[in-house]
Design a protein around this ligand. Structure first.
Ligand code: CP
Length: 328
């Protein structure tokens, strides 16, 4: 079976794709076969996670440090779980309570940590490009767990895995990303990942939250922009709502949260009108803003499936970037 298969039966031994990347800094530049290989590997790890003993010795002897300079619930717990399930040794770092509060630079923090013989660094940072900078300071493999408004590649991969659970072939599927595109690293990683896999992407939100010319970020011509929610949902397979990032807005970019919900929030009336529509959200959700509360809890909202898939995807990324080629 080809490594491009999106079915769940591909084994690692059947998948000869070699990733052309030492680090995972973003999904920009990742090819369809590379992404499909990560997803196929994640499906195998998902099988591991459904066994009575959810642990494999795959990364025994590998040491991973989780450097979180910014708040996180899902990504951080999910990386920690993925590392434990793979039997890696893990160290957790948060900026508060560390020497960062005494003025230590990112470079010095990273080099001091690496001096303790670290193999992989997982980093979340408020500054776009912090993971790229880190690759120039340390020899360890670097995985971006979200850098400012730039990229969040493991979120893009887990979103793709969730989509392929419902639509095994992503090519030609219509995915709408709705909300604060300007400040969203999730939007960018999904834009690169989805278009690499052949999806048609619609970006929807108020003009103040969509950067002019964003369609040009990808060359495929498969991205369009609309400021009307109904245009984004009509004929759409998956609606991906994004969190309004009040902490990053800095100024008033739309009149009120209530008005935002009325114009761009997905409500029960949309699920009733678009009968097959799946709803995704990377979390954390502002209930009653991006999604009505009853939509969050609806069976066609696959938000918790996204979270579950995050562990398997992060296991796959850790495994493949640590040089893994064997069967899980
Ligand atoms: N989706 C996501 O990145 O969530 P956290 O900020 O909780 O990690």
């Amino acid at each position: 079976m080809s490594s491009e298969s999106t079915q769940g039966t591909t084994t690692l031994q059947d998948a000869p794709v070699i990733l052309g990347h030492r680090h995972l800094l973003g999904l920009r530049g990742w090819s369809r076969p590379e992404i499909a290989h990560v997803l196929a590997t994640a499906r195998e790890f998902r099988d591991v996670l459904s066994r009575p003993i959810r642990r494999v010795p795959t990364l025994r002897g590998v040491t991973v440090v989780n450097l979180f300079f910014e708040a996180s619930t899902r990504t951080r717990i999910s990386f920690e779980l993925a590392e434990k399930r793979l039997s890696a040794d893990t160290v957790n770092f948060t900026a508060s309570g560390s020497s960062v509060s005494k003025g230590e630079t990112l470079k010095d923090t990273a080099r001091n940590i690496e001096a303790m013989k670290i193999d992989v660094v997982v980093i979340r940072h408020a500054s776009p490009g912090a993971p790229h900078f880190l690759t120039r300071c340390v020899d360890a493999v670097v995985i971006n767990a979200g850098d400012g408004a730039h990229e969040h590649p493991t979120q893009g991969l887990l979103d793709l895995l969730t989509i392929t659970d419902h639509f095994p072939e992503v090519r030609g599927r219509r995915i709408s990303i709705i909300g604060d595109i300007t400040h969203s690293r999730v939007a960018r990683s999904n834009l690169y990942g989805l278009t690499a896999m052949g999806a048609e992407v619609t970006l929807c939100g108020p003009p103040t939250l969509i950067p002019p010319g964003i369609e040009g970020l990808v060359e495929s011509g498969s991205v369009r922009v609309t400021h009307r929610l109904d245009e984004a949902l009509d004929g759409c397979d998956v609606a991906m709502a994004l969190r309004i990032q009040l902490e990053r807005l800095g100024r008033q970019l739309f009149p009120s949260l209530r008005e935002y919900h009325e114009r761009f929030g997905i409500r029960m009336e949309h699920l009733e009108r678009y009968k097959d529509l799946l709803v995704m959200h990377p979390g954390p959700v502002n209930r009653g803003v991006e999604l009505a509360g009853d939509v969050v809890d609806h069976e066609r909202a696959v938000i918790l499936d996204q979270v579950t898939n995050g562990v398997a995807v992060r296991m796959a990324v850790l495994f493949l970037l640590s040089g893994g080629t064997a069967e899980a």
